[in-house]
Design a protein around this ligand. Sequence first.
Ligand code: MN
Length: 530
Amino acid sequence: MTTYPVMDLYRKSRRKGIVFWDHDVTDVSIFDTTLRDGEQSPGTSFSFDDKLRIAETLDEMGVHVIEAGFPINSDEEFEAVSEIAATSENDVCGLARVHEEDLDAALDADVDLVHTFVSSSDIQIQKSMDSSREEVLEMTRDAVEHVKDHGVDCMFSPMDATRTDFDYLVDIIETAHDAGADIVNIPDTVGVIRPTAMYRLIDALRDEVDVPYDVHTHDDFGLAAANALAGIEAGAVQCQVSVNGIGERAGNAALEEVVMSLESIYGIDTGIDTTRIYDLSKTVERLSGIPLPQNKPVVGDNAFSHESGIHAAGVIEDSSTFEPGIMGPEDVGHQRRLVMGKHTGTHSVRETLEEAGYEPDDDEVREITRRIKSMGGKGKRVSDADVFAIAESVMSAVPEAEKTVDLKEVNVSTGNDRTPMASVRAEVEDEERVEADVGVGPVDAAMSAVSSLMGGEYDVEITDFHIDAISGGSDAVANVYVGVERDGEEANANASSEDITVASVEALVDAVNHLVRKEAREERERGAEP
Ligand code: MN
């Protein structure tokens, strides 16, 4: 993984008098709360097995602390937290309110770290807890002491810290620290802080109370990852994240965004196996029932995809041209994709086809690109299978100059109370002909019209005909295969189009052209015999 010398830049900035940070960030602990705050996402509930599976992956990847749940919540939750605590290599944390029964449940689950929290903002103290600042300080002291009396590490969170009066925030942190808290988490519970403010807050708190700090951020304004990183820059030693950023409301800072920013932009080796991020993200997407947006950073379908001709051509040359360059799909177990559509250029069409083993010439690449752009321009998603079907039909077509029948136009009218009718216009041996016919359906009508158009001279029997939808959906490309026969001679052709009737007619005409070519070739060979 390449990195930019960002830290050097910061040091240079400092010399100019702009202090970005006053210490080197070399070590960051990643605290994952997918199983706790993540599970509090509206509508999400992980089963016992889901929790174990997610925890196992996080643990194997080397995520430093796993918040496994809220043990007092239910017997099942208690069992899951206990099991994860018993089987994980890394630290496992259990959440507890400042009540003794909550703390005991977490202690009984045998976690490495008890995370206890209480509201510190006046609005929550008054309206959620119906309590007072003094009472809250007392509860804080008692809770932290209770955990420490059992010889277990304790993290204390003043809930809603970012809306808490600063002097009171210092008081409550001091209280927790004096009671023996090992680390203090600063939660931006309702997601209202901004990066520079988070920096100043952590910086100021570090001046007031010398304790390791952690930050817990929410994405209500899309600033969760930025705020977490600002906390780290200001000297927090740990930040809380969740896979795919799931969590209360708009969610938490996303593990994939924060970890990859630290690794790639900051140049910090987190020690986490980032190559499993994509798979983990997909697992959590499925188990949480929260679908990932296509444009999700790092793990979204489009994170390393390119459609535009200029970008795709650049990326084929060197992926750093139109990607960050300091993070590639291989770093997170994802894949780079060239997406076909309206903005596609010939470079990516050629690259995609050659990678799949096709050897199109320049004219074919141009024609395939034209058809892909036309399909994409109609607002359709062009899949790889669509591209290959288009390529096969273009590449197997009889060259323009050798066409006996050159199709110009197909028109069909159909409906539930009218006889399907089709008209076809084509040049047959350079003579323009137009014919119309009816049939049991639009394809049948069009095929009959083609037969009439070719008259007696190219009258063939259709021996084989089938249609496959290449991709799902009503806008899929249909691939039509037609086999024809005349006087014991056979030929066949494929054609693809989003229009099933057009594909059928093209395949039939092409099969006829192949047949005529074949007959002519055999006649020449017979004539050449001595
Ligand atoms: Mn939260």
